[in-house]
Ligand binder design. Structure first.
Ligand code: NDP
Ligand code: 1BO
Length: 322
């Protein structure tokens, strides 16, 4: 359920209510592979674009730059309480005793007192120094329950306002729901018209878990070029919008928050201008009917070791659910 609020430049900005009662702005800026340009992108998004939601992760190696961008935006007049900042616990930190130090390091890099949302980045534990693809012994046992307890403790101690997961399957989410004292507020997953991820969306809806759609434009190099997809392009032309805007709006109309990444100031501002129009039902259904459904972010290069395991194929990673 979206709630309208107002932000910069008189632009309407929608948000979704989380189980915790907090609100997550419907569009956030993704920062993967933003490197040293992350500061400029974050300032552009927050100060000029009217964004209030930033998505980062320790693994992106740009938390310091993101933090500098947030700091500059706050010097320009934004209040911390108006921002929604997400980061993620990397796979090498997936053991109970490593969770709190990892969060503390993330807060230090971001120069923040708390996060709005802390997510388990991937549900696979890696040995520090693991290779890509992993060698034998690089992928370790993951104590999901122990790690989740520590995530819950971070929330109890007000170091994070919400906790959640990314890249979970039905099997893994049901397992977590079996022992969670704090239900995840958010499940972040790949989602765009080329990978609708309907089964996970449905499970999250049933459990009142908000979904954030990552790689909403089909991701970056090596991804899926949805910007030039015929259906997307036809609808964009018809609505006098850009393909990027149609892809972002599609996610919002499905009730998910959406976190497009861009380093280009014009595209950053374009991607959030999605609140005073709708994709008509017929066009929405056409986007829901794009064939060749396929993940871009299948995790193969990080977690699959075809001969040694424990995950010998992409299907293993996703619990044979695709
Ligand atoms: P996106 O789907 O957001 O696509 C980004 C690409 O699209 C970039 O090459 C960007 O180029 C280009 N682009 C941006 N806006 C437009 C536009 N309006 N028109 C045309 N091209 C455009 O890719 P990501 O994979 O980065 O996903 C977004 C975010 O989701 C990530 O940055 C990260 O924060 C999060 N994520 C989370 C994951 C997880 O495991 N939890 C996994 C993957 C992503 P340019 O910069 O030049 O504009
Ligand atoms: C391996 C990190 C993918 C982007 O979240």
């Amino acid at each position: 359920m979206a709630h309208a609020t107002f932000t910069a430049e008189g632009q309407t900005m929608e948000s979704f209510r989380l189980l915790s009662g907090h609100k997550i702005p419907a569009v956030g800026l993704g920062t993967w592979r933003s490197g040293s340009q992350a500061t400029h992108a974050v300032v552009t998004a927050l100060v000029e674009g009217g964004y209030r939601h930033i998505d980062t992760a320790w693994e992106y190696g740009d938390q310091e730059e993101v933090g500098q961008g947030i700091k500059r935006a706050m010097h320009a007049g934004l209040e911390r309480r108006d921002l929604f900042v997400t980061s993620k616990l990397w796979c090498t930190e997936l053991s109970p005793e490593r969770v709190r130090p990892a969060l503390q390091n993330t807060l230090k890099e971001l120069q923040l007192e708390y996060l709005d949302l802390y997510l388990i980045h991937w549900p696979f534990r890696l040995r520090e120094g693991a290779s890509k693809p992993p060698k034998a012994g690089d992928v370790l046992d993951f104590d999901m329950q122990g790690v989740w307890r520590e995530m819950e403790n971070l929330a109890k101690d007000d170091l994070v306002r919400n906790i959640g997961v990314c890249n979970f399957t039905v099997t893994k989410l049901n397992k977590l729901l079996g022992f969670a004292e704090l239900i995840p507020s958010v499940c972040q997953m790949e989602m765009h018209p080329g990978w609708r991820n309907d089964t996970m969306l449905e499970l999250c809806r049933k459990n009142n878990i908000h979904v954030t759609a990552y790689s909403p434009l089909g991701s970056q190099e090596g991804g899926r070029d949805l910007i030039h997809d015929q259906t997307v392009d036809r609808i964009a032309k018809k609505l006098n919008k850009t393909p990027g805007q149609v892809l972002v709006k599609w996610g919002i109309q499905r009730g998910t928050s959406v976190i497009p990444k861009s380093l280009n100031p014009d595209r950053i501002k374009e991607n959030i201008k999605v609140f005073d129009w709708v994709i008509p039902e017929q066009d929405f259904q056409a986007l829901n009917s794009i064939t060749d459904q396929k993940r871009v972010m299948d995790g193969e290069d990080i977690f699959v070791n075809k001969t040694e395991g424990p995950y010998r194929s992409v299907a293993d990673l996703w619990d044979h659910e695709d």
